[in-house]
Ligand binder design. Structure first.
Ligand SMILES: Cc1cc2nc3c(=O)[nH]c(=O)nc-3n(C[C@H](O)[C@H](O)[C@H](O)COP(=O)(O)OP(=O)(O)OC[C@H]3O[C@@H](n4cnc5c(N)ncnc54)[C@H](O)[C@@H]3O)c2cc1C
Length: 386
């Protein structure tokens, strides 16, 4: 039941995870750059506390407000299966890692330093209603009345096309294991494992001589949630990691599936994974999230200046890229056993820069052609048919 307190502001951002916090930081940056006044913004977030619950990795080629917080960069990355491995190298677009704890802390401090922005934690939004004089947002702690809303809540199961893609299920450990002997300059993105049911691989980032981030990942079409923790521990045992200490763990179930879009424009728009910003074929989201938050922050400042609170949803990526992903996912679901070879072929037929642009949702036509040419024609032509 809604509480009795009432709050007024120009804009409510529902959810202060990656997208909500990024949007707040982009608003602060752009308003300072363009010398445009900020609207009053309230971010509503159920979490009472932030924890260093994940790491965001991406190819580091563009500016964003958290770039100075990147903890590691690898100029070399590789995919492998058994004895076969393919490597790529780029100094211009290294693979980068950003610990979530740093992002949360920095964003919260920046929000607290500005009287126009307010982060309200411990608040779960229950209902949003669009009315003639604004948007009403109901929570157990009271009701907010705002001119507009950006909704960054994750999509519910009805909005993802579960017939098409996979659940990317993973568990990762950051471990202390002195003298691990992995090359600290090389990010191991996919080391495919023998697995009867699913496409599965180990993701291994050497953080320094003594520390690794290592994850077990499976692409699960049915949502049966394999026990990735047990498989990760079995893999570590098999590899002879006897004396390691787990410093931190992270896990997730990401929908590698197209997300249907309901609200495209108006006073209430979606943003983040719930708006389809996460790439269905890869589960990567960070770089696209920054680009889209920058654009949305520009729209918010323009709305505050004009008093016309009407947004249009941003284009997360080119439509043809979404189409390519759907074909790719369909082919992967039909032929999971050959998927590892396809990934290796893909990395061997493209340059590092092509791959970085493609993965960060900014491919040129030539990159898309190189990717398409690397994959076997028949299964993909069949998957492209309606
Ligand atoms: C462990 C893990 C590792 C990942 N690693 C990467 C990576 O390396 N690279 C990459 O690109 N992507 C990665 N991702 C995917 C993606 O970038 C993250 O999931 C990212 O946090 C998604 O951002 P978001 O803002 O859309 O969602 P979230 O960060 O989940 O934020 C949504 C917010 O909405 C809040 N919320 C939910 N319900 C309500 C409600 N009713 N009222 C108010 N607020 C609500 C939640 O508490 C949350 O804070 C990873 C995901 C996970 C889980």
């Amino acid at each position: 039941m809604a509480g009795e307190q009432e709050f007024d502001c120009d804009l409510v951002i529902i959810g202060a995870g990656l997208t909500g916090l990024s949007l707040a930081c982009w608003l602060l940056e752009l308003s300072a750059q363009k010398q445009q006044p900020l609207p009053t913004v309230h971010l509503l977030e159920p979490r009472e506390e932030y924890h260093n619950d994940r790491t965001w990795c991406f190819w580091d080629s563009e500016y964003h407000p958290f770039r100075h917080l990147i903890s590691h960069r690898w100029s070399h990355w590789q995919v492998s299966r058994g004895e076969r491995s393919v490597s790529q190298s780029s100094e211009q677009a290294p693979y980068a890692m950003l610990p979530a704890g740093r992002v949360y802390q920095h964003a919260v401090e920046r929000i607290e330093s500005c009287s126009r922005l307010s982060l309200r934690q411990g608040i779960t939004v229950e209902e949003i209603r669009d009315s003639d004089d604004g948007v009403l947002i109901s929570t157990a702690a009271g009701q907010w009345r705002a001119r507009a809303v950006i909704d960054t809540r994750p999509p519910d199961a009805t909005r993802v096309d579960q017939k098409l893609g996979f659940w990317q299920v993973f568990t990762g450990y950051e471990i202390h294991c002195p003298g691990h002997r992995y090359d600290t300059g090389m990010a191991r993105l996919m080391d495919f494992q023998r697995c009867n049911e699913h496409i599965c691989f180990v993701y291994l980032l050497p953080l320094d001589q003594d520390n690794l981030l290592v994850e077990w990942t499976e692409f699960d079409p049915g949502g049966e949630w394999p026990d990735c923790q047990a498989r990760l521990e079995a893999w570590l045992d098999e590899r002879g990691f006897a004396d390691y200490t787990v410093k931190r763990s992270e896990s997730g179930k990401l929908p590698m599936m197209p997300v249907s879009q309901s609200r495209q424009q108006g006073r209430i728009v979606r943003a983040g994974v719930g708006a389809g910003w996460m790439r269905a074929a890869t589960g990567y989201h960070f770089a696209t999230c920054q680009r889209n938050c920058s654009e949305l922050a520009g729209q918010i400042l323009a709305a505050a200046a004009s008093g016309h609170w009407h947004f249009h949803s941003t284009e997360a990526r080119k439509h043809w890229l979404d189409w390519m992903d759907r074909v790719f996912l369909r082919a992967l679901r039909r032929h999971p056993e050959t998927a590892p070879d396809w990934f290796l072929d893909l990395f061997s037929a493209t340059t590092a820069e092509q791959m970085a642009r493609f993965m960060n949702d900014q491919p040129r036509w030539g990159d898309a052609v190189a990717v398409a040419a690397a994959l076997p024609a028949m299964p993909f032509l069949r998957a492209a048919l309606p």
